[in-house]
Design a protein around this ligand. Structure first.
Ligand code: PLP
Length: 451
């Protein structure tokens, strides 16, 4: 078994060889030593600042890209020791980039700091992070308890793919009904409780600490998808064992990259890289080092971006509600999960960058989106989220179309639900006037109800 000492990878970064300029090397070692102090467990931005800063090979302020697929050794014996797991990335020994790659590992360190977990590793997509971690934790015949309100792809994976491909079954529950969650977890058989911190697309908020208590009491691990709420909520700091991300959304912010991450204990990340049993090593959803570099440059401004996404979402949601629209946003005081989110959220980031407008029918939802894009240029009709422009989609007929009518009703997805990922391009008032202009146009038609 090639278990590499991932724990040490996270905390130290001894370099091989001595060709570096001695002074700069000392400085970097000092800087890295500072980073071994315990991270701040309160605030993700503070934790990121406390994490180790990677310098470039020539002293560049940015890290170098290790673009190699394979790595050479000085002596033939080293190769055997690497494959035995005796020498690993903690001592700067790398085998092949489907296994650990230094640049991808550095992005993993940032993700671990962001989520307050011991370790993290990045993957080629959010779906591969979700599927790899579940397949690592649950074996054939195993059982998962999951929220009814999930990203459509994850829902399909659990409902259709896992039972057929590997005899893993799932019981779906209403997360707000804690007794139902407790009853669904079968001690010994249920390996994982899986949910989204802020659910797609209903924006209901999970009571992370309470759900973790229930799962842990029955010996199940808790895996939380935090794609909708990076910075806003830190499930790992609230008790979750594993946090998964689709980096394709807010963390990337550019709507140009598909990527994911698994954040959790070092032992889990190591097991996923095991040469004989690891899902990352053997299924191979590998992130390219050049992509890892690009993403690592975006994480330092994630906090700033989230604050602006959240500020605009709250402002628009408040104004939309005043206009008499049926708006769902957990930042509004009348949202059923407002108090819970306020208690769980990291301070000063806000209440999330997504809001939903319930237009009741698909026809009215489509008319609204059509005008918002093609008449007033408020945003784009597109799936996904976390982009600098506002993105809108009708969830029932797009990203949640994997759910059947009954499943949608149970998850609280109305056929006219328009999900908006609120962007920050343009001025807030410029965008708001585009929204108002569209509503005036809608009001002129019989499709808009007079309040
Ligand atoms: C998009 C998304 C995923 C899947 O991520 P990809 O990067 O598209 O593979 C998983 N969970 C949630 C909540 C998402 O929004």
């Amino acid at each position: 078994m090639a278990e590499t000492g991932f724990h040490n990878v996270v905390l130290s970064g001894k370099k091989r060889g001595g060709s570096d300029d001695a002074d700069r090397n000392d400085y970097m070692v000092a800087k890295k030593a500072l980073a071994t102090m315990p991270p701040s467990w309160e605030d993700p931005v503070a934790a990121l600042a406390n994490s180790r800063h990677e310098f470039g090979e020539h002293g560049g302020v940015n890290m170098s890209i290790e673009a190699s697929a394979t790595f050479t050794v000085m002596e033939p014996e080293t190769m055997r020791r690497m494959f035995d797991g005796e020498l690993g990335p903690d001592r700067d020994f790398y085998i092949y980039s489907r296994h650990f790659n230094p640049t991808v590992l550095n992005l993993g360190r940032q993700m671990a700091a962001l989520e307050g977990t011991e370790a993290a590793y990045c993957t080629a997509s959010g779906m591969s992070a979700v599927s790899s971690v579940l397949l690592q934790l649950v074996s054939s015949g195993g059982h998962v308890v999951a929220s009814r309100s999930l990203y459509g792809g994850t829902h399909a994976l659990l409902t259709h793919f896992f039972p057929r491909a590997c005899n893993i079954t799932t019981t779906f529950v209403d997360l707000r009904d804690l007794d139902m969650v407790r009853d669904a977890i079968v001690e010994g058989r249920t390996k994982v409780l899986y949910f989204e911190a802020v659910a797609n697309p209903t924006l209901s908020v999970a009571n992370v600490p309470e759900l973790c208590r229930i799962a842990h009491d029955k010996g199940a691990m808790v895996v939380v998808d935090n794609t909708f709420s990076p910075m806003v909520i830190s499930p790992g700091r609230l008790g979750a064992d594993v946090v998964v991300h689709s980096i394709s959304k807010f963390i990337s912010g550019g709507a140009d990259i598909i990527a994911g991450a698994v954040c959790g204990p070092a032992s889990l990340v190591n097991s996923m890289m095991d040469l004989h049993q690891g899902t990352l090593m053997l299924l191979g959803p590998t992130m390219n080092a050049k992509v890892a570099f690009e993403l690592s440059e975006r994480i330092p401004h994630l906090g700033l971006r989230m604050k602006e996404h959240c500020h605009r979402a709250l402002t628009y949601a408040t104004r939309m509600k005043k206009m008499g629209l049926k708006v769902i946003y957990p930042g509004l005081e009348d949202h059923p999960d407002h108090a819970l989110l306020k208690a769980l959220a990291n301070k000063e980031y806000g209440y999330g960058g997504l809001l939903c407008l319930d237009m009741e029918t698909e026809e009215r939802a489509n008319r609204l989106m059509n005008l918002l894009q093609n008449y007033s240029q408020f945003g784009f009709m597109a799936v996904s989220l976390g982009y600098h422009e506002t993105l809108m989609s009708c969830s029932g007929s797009s990203t949640s179309s994997e759910l059947n009518a009954e499943e949608k009703a149970l998850a609280g997805i109305s056929p006219g639900l328009v999900r908006m990922s609120v962007g920050y391009s343009g001025t807030l008032e410029q965008r708001w006037s585009q929204f108002e202009k569209t509503l005036t146009r809608m009001q002129d038609s019989s499709l808009f109800p007079k309040n």
